[in-house]
Design a binder for this molecule. Structure first.
Ligand code: NAG
Ligand code: NAG
Ligand code: NAG
Length: 301
């Protein structure tokens, strides 16, 4: 009995003490990307998530991305720094982090989720294993009903810019939200001039690298908030969107051309059981620790 116990546990003890085989203490590191109006280290949002994950998974390495040199820049960049530039900054940051060498899981909140998907598609090293999108907008948004900081002049400014011409070169280059603005009434403008979203969603052609890289994910988990009053349309959180040419009826991912033509490999992933669609009660990014532990934590082990 005790010998059997020894045989069963010995290999575990061996790997746990060997940095060569187990550089991360038996855990998979986690990379987090925050949402709009937020930062890497806000103690009531990403800071709290990081702490919670560290409490639940002892010894895990959590890297909460800071875009810029400090928290103020990080927050501003969430509104004003070209997303393609942000993604390439993040790719090189992740590649330089020795703790991520063997791969990592990623969890993006709101816009941070579609940005992390771009990281998965564009950057193959280090490998992303599981991508969890918490309220992300994979088909973009058509409306900004409740920009965080409702009364702030920043939100008014952003709405004005989007209305004046989301697809003009100057707005595209300098306004993050324009880069995932998806206007179903002006589909050609969107396809031709959206610098970020139309590119990662293969609207202008098929980049085989994007397809290949995305399919390397073990799982792509998408969380939708059933009472979300921030994301319009909320179907975007499950990769659905408004049908082209009108702004009322929506379609699911499975009904879309993206899926039917499998331009991004999502149909293959779906058939392989790699897509996970989760729904939860509550407004945008509102969930309890219990819900997190029951539904998301198992993917991080
Ligand atoms: C493994 O755990 C130890 C002790 O908690 C910690 O000092 C070390 O940084 C961890 N290693 C990695 C790669 O995270
Ligand atoms: C496809 O994506 C890869 C990775 O981002 C990039 O290096 C390459 O230039 C892209 N190809 C085309 C044709 O845009
Ligand atoms: C978008 O690009 C296509 C192909 O290059 C072109 O035929 C079409 O006129 C363009 N549409 C707009 C609105 O720029």
């Amino acid at each position: 009995m005790s010998l059997l116990w020894f045989l069963l546990t010995a290999p575990v003890l061996l790997t746990a003490s060997s940095p060569v085989y187990n550089p991360n203490n038996g855990t998979v590191p986690l990379v987090i990307w925050h949402g709009m109006g937020d930062s890497c280290c806000n103690p009531i949002s990403m800071g709290a998530i990081k702490k919670m994950v560290e409490e639940e998974i002892p010894n895990i390495y959590v890297h909460s991305l800071m875009i810029g040199k400090n928290v103020v820049q990080d927050t501003e960049n969430g509104f004003f720094l070209d997303v393609n530039e942000q993604v390439s900054m993040v790719c090189s940051r992740l590649a330089q982090d020795p703790k991520l060498k063997a791969g990592y899981n990623a969890m993006g909140f709101s816009q941070g989720a579609q940005f992390l998907r771009a990281v998965a598609q564009r950057c193959d090293t280090p490998p992303m294993k599981i991508l969890i999108s918490v309220g992300g907008q994979h088909q973009g948004v058509y409306g900004l009903p409740r920009c965080p900081g409702e009364s702030s002049p920043v939100c008014d400014f952003i709405r004005k810019m989007l209305n004046s011409g989301a697809y003009s070169d100057i707005v595209q280059k300098h306004l993050v939200q324009a880069q995932y603005w998806h206007d179903p009434l002006n589909d050609n403008l969107y396809r031709n001039y959206s610098l970020f979203l139309a590119d990662i969603n293969q609207e202008r052609g098929i980049n085989e690298t994007y397809k290949k890289n995305l399919q390397r994910l073990e799982k792509f988990v998408m969380v939708k908030f059933l009472q979300d009053s921030v994301v319009d349309p909320v179907e975007s959180e499950w990769f659905g969107f408004l049908k082209t040419g009108q702004a009322k009826e929506t379609e699911t991912l499975q009904e879309s051309a993206l899926y039917k033509e499998d331009r991004l490999g999502l149909a293959v992933m779906d058939k392989a059981g790699k897509l996970v669609f989760l729904a939860t009660e509550g407004n945008h990014l509102q969930f309890t620790r219990q819900w997190f532990n029951e539904n998301l934590l198992p993917f991080l082990h």
